[in-house]
Design a protein around this ligand. Structure first.
Ligand code: UT7
Length: 325
C-alpha cells in the first residue's frame, strides 16, 4: 500500500421525532415485547414532514467535519450511501455538495442498501489511494420509513431514519497499521428476492415498499458477516483479539450477538445502538461509530471492525485504526 488513508472524524444526525414500539402497536398488529425479544429494538427516529435525506446527510457531514477539525472547503470527494434519495436524480450527493458549499468536490451516490456505508468506504478509500483527492466525506443517510408498508408488520417495525458520516484523509506520511487497513465487498444477486423493494423507475414508475423474507436474510447475515470479518482481519495481519470495538450494522440484536460469539469477542467490545435507532440501513454504522466517539468509548488509535449486509444481497467488512497517528 503506497498511502495511508486515515479515518479522522465521525458525526451523525437523528431526526427529533421518536416512535416507540408502543406508539407503533397503536396502528400495527404488533407489541413491544415481540419487537424487543426478536430484534432488540425499543424505538426508532422518523424524519419530519419536509425533512429530506440530504438535510440529514448535511447535518451528519458538518458534525463529522467539526470532529475532524476541518471545514467543507477541505473536502475533495463526497459519497452518499443511500437507498432513499431525495429524488431519482440528481444524486443526493450533489444536493449535499451544494448545501455544504463544497464546490471543489465531486459527489455521487452509492446504492448497496444496508451495506452502503461499507461500499462507500471501500470506494472512497480506493479513490484517495489512487490520488483522486486528499479528503473524502463518506455519508450514510436514510429516510427508510418512507419506503415501508405500514400494513406489513414483518418489516415496518424494523427500520428507522438518520444519517452518519466519516471523514477520510490521506496521511502526510505513510503510517504502518493506521487508517483503513482492509475492506472486502461481496454481492450475490441470486438472493435478490429475499430482500427488495417492489417498485422503481424502470419496473413500475413507483417508489415501492420493502419486502423481506426475514428468516432467510437472518441465516445469510450471521454466516456471511462473520466470514467477511475473518477475511479483513486476516488480510490486515490481525487476530480478533486485537479488535477494540466491533461496530456492526444494527439490524437485529440476535445477529449482532451471533457474530460477536462466532468471532470470540467479549460482548463489552461491541457497540450496539439498535435499541434506540432500529435499522437505519446505510446510516447505521456511522451513527453507531459517532455515538461511541462522542461518549468516549472509541478513541484515536483504537482498532475498529465494521460489517454490514443488505439487499442484493450485498455485504462487506472493514478494519480501521481510527484517528490521526
Ligand atoms: O438490514 C438488512 C438485513 N435485514 C436483516 O438482517 C433482518 C434479518 N431478519 C430478522 O431480523 C428476523 O428474521 C425478523 C426480526 C425479521 C423476524 O424474526 P423471526 O424470529 O425470524 O420471526 P419469524 O419471521 O419467524 O416470525 C415468527 C412469528 C410469526 O408468527 P407465526 O407464523 O409463528 O404465528 C410472525 O407472523 O412472529 C410473527 N410476527 C410478528 N408478531 C408480532 C412477525 N412480525 C411480527 C411483529 N409483531 N412485528
Amino acid at each position: 500500500m503506497n498511502n495511508t488513508i486515515l479515518m479522522v472524524g465521525a458525526g451523525s444526525y437523528l431526526p427529533e421525532k421518536v416512535l416507540t414500539n408502543d406508539d407503533l402497536s397503536a396502528f400495527v398488529d404488533t407489541d413491544d415485547a415481540w419487537i424487543k425479544q426478536r430484534t432488540g429494538i425499543h424505538q426508532r427516529h422518523m424524519v419530519a414532514d419536509g425533512e429530506l435525506t440530504s438535510d440529514m446527510a448535511v447535518a451528519a457531514a458538518n458534525d463529522a467535519l467539526s470532529a475532524a477539525g476541518l471545514t467543507s472547503d477541505d473536502i475533495d470527494i463526497i459519497i452518499v450511501a443511500t437507498t432513499t434519495p431525495d429524488d431519482t436524480f440528481p444524486s443526493t450527493a450533489s444536493t449535499v455538495q451544494h448545501k455544504l458549499g463544497s464546490y471543489q468536490a465531486f459527489a455521487f451516490d452509492i446504492q448497496a442498501v444496508c451495506a452502503g456505508f461499507i461500499y462507500a468506504l471501500g470506494v472512497g478509500e480506493s479513490l484517495l489511494r489512487s490520488g483522486k483527492g486528499r479528503r473524502a466525506l463518506i455519508i450514510g443517510a436514510e429516510s427508510f420509513t418512507k419506503i415501508l408498508d405500514w400494513s406489513d408488520r414483518t418489516t415496518c417495525v424494523l427500520f428507522g431514519d438518520g444519517a452518519g458520516a466519516v471523514v477520510l484523509e490521506v496521511a502526510d506520511t505513510p503510517a504502518q497499521d493506521w487508517g483503513v487497513l482492509s475492506t472486502v465487498l461481496h454481492t450475490d444477486g441470486r438472493y435478490r428476492d429475499i430482500l427488495y423493494v417492489d417498485g422503481g423507475p424502470s419496473s413500475s414508475k413507483t417508489v415501492g415498499h420493502v419486502r423481506m423474507r426475514g428468516q432467510d436474510v437472518f441465516k445469510h447475515a450471521v454466516e456471511k458477516l462473520s466470514s467477511s470479518m475473518n477475511e479483513v482481519i486476516a488480510d490486515a495481519g490481525h487476530t480478533p483479539t486485537d479488535i477494540d470495538w466491533l461496530i456492526p450494522h444494527q439490524a437485529n440484536i440476535r445477529i449482532i450477538d451471533g457474530i460477536q460469539k462466532k468471532l470470540g469477542l467479549p460482548p463489552e467490545k461491541v457497540v450496539k445502538t439498535v435499541a434506540q435507532h432500529a435499522n437505519t440501513s446505510a446510516a447505521s454504522i456511522p451513527l453507531a461509530l459517532s455515538a461511541a466517539t462522542r461518549d468516549g468509548r472509541v478513541k484515536s488509535g483504537h482498532l475498529l471492525a465494521f460489517e454490514a449486509i443488505g439487499g442484493g444481497l450485498s455485504w462487506g467488512a472493514s478494519l480501521v485504526r481510527y484517528g490521526r497517528p
